[in-house]
Design a protein around this ligand. Structure first.
Ligand SMILES: Nc1ncnc2c1ncn2[C@@H]1O[C@H](COP(=O)(O)OP(=O)(O)OP(=O)(O)O)[C@@H](O)[C@H]1O
Ligand SMILES: [Mg+2]
Length: 298
């Protein structure tokens, strides 16, 4: 339904999105996951024609976004919940959207109810909206035209726990009815709970993609280890000829935990964490994007 092929976006000499290709299928929620600055927003902006790509194409239902007639009826988009005019009320924003798409005003009330914005809140101006309220309004706006594809950039940002749960069931229900959902997040936990498929991006490149199970199955075994004295551990592993690289706060080592434990014990190094590298998606995420993280990359 959404097909991204060889998408590249460069700003001067800097490549923000580098030869990215993936598909999002109907009936599935696809999570687009990566650390800050990985290129998620840039990719999504390119999908809807807001950022002209340097190379590559994106089609939605076989058409480029710009060629879709009345696009709001086919593709719901939430990129920046703060991008609406601050002086308008929530209801006005939705009403303008509804009229542009040729929808009855009753649709506005339906959407307000769907996202749980109350009557008084809908009358408030956007400058006085909280982040979570903006986000809810953004979702209402995206769903207004009853589209079959949703493209949402960090939709859970600013939502309270109940709001996140609500969003999850809303999007799952939408996909169950045959919709295509692409949503981005820099929080694995958020994506993990909702996405059927995951695309991991780091520094503009796709580093892994697939469903949860195949992502975990594909990975090589190894050990994740953290010590009180990381320098000493790094030296000891190196001296023992075990190859290691930064992963989150610790090291990912290409060896069994027992081997790593022996090296540490021989050097009297205190380990604070030692486990086989099947520690779930979080480790996979940190590992795959390790050289693109700002932190934990000593
Ligand atoms: N107009 C622009 N000019 C120059 N660089 C840009 C521009 N837009 C984005 N970038 C750069 O492209 C990279 C990717 O940015 P992008 O906003 O796509 O990241 P992101 O994955 O959405 O991150 P976040 O999780 O923080 O939202 C960043 O390094 C950013 O500074
Ligand atoms: Mg972003």
């Amino acid at each position: 339904m959404i097909e991204v092929t060889g998408l590249t976006k460069s700003y001067g000499g800097f490549t923000a999105v580098d030869d990215v290709s993936f598909r999002c299928e109907p009936g599935r929620v696809t999570g687009f996951l990566g650390p800050n600055g990985a290129g998620k927003t840039t990719t999504m902006r390119a999908m809807v024609g807001l950022t002209p790509p340097t190379r590559g194409t994106v089609t939605i239902g076989g058409l480029r976004y710009a060629d879709i007639p009345n696009p709001g009826r086919h593709v719901g988009v939430l990129l920046d919940a703060s991008a609406q005019h601050n002086g308008r009320t929530g209801r006005e924003v939705l009403t303008i959207g509804a009229r542009t798409m040729g929808l009855p005003d009753s649709r506005v009330e339906e959407m307000l109810e769907l996202v749980s914005l109350t009557g008084p809140e809908a009358k408030r101006r956007l400058r006085n909206y909280s982040l979570g309220m903006r986000q809810r309004l953004g979702v209402a706006h995206a769903l207004l035209g009853d589209p079959s594809v949703l493209i949402l950039d960090e939709p859970a940002n600013g939502l309270d726990p109940a709001g996140i749960r609500w969003m999850r069931s809303l999007l799952k229900g939408y996909a169950d009815r045959g919709g295509t959902v692409l949503l981005s997040s820099h929080l694995l936990h958020e994506v993990e709970q909702i996405a059927d498929e995951m695309i991991l991006i780091g520094r503009g490149r796709i580093v892994a993609q697939g469903d949860r199970r195949s992502l975990l199955a594909e990975r090589h075994t190894g050990t994740l280890v953290t010590a009180e004295d990381m320098d000493a551990l790094t030296k000891a592993l190196d001296a023992a000829g075990l190859s290691a690289h930064a992963a989150g706060e610790g090291l990912s080592v290409e060896a069994e935990p027992v081997e790593v434990g022996r090296v540490a014990a021989a050097e009297r190094i205190v380990l604070t964490d030692l486990r086989g590298a099947d520690g779930g998606l979080e480790n996979l995420f940190l590992e795959l994007t390790a050289d693109t993280q700002r932190e934990g990359n000593a």
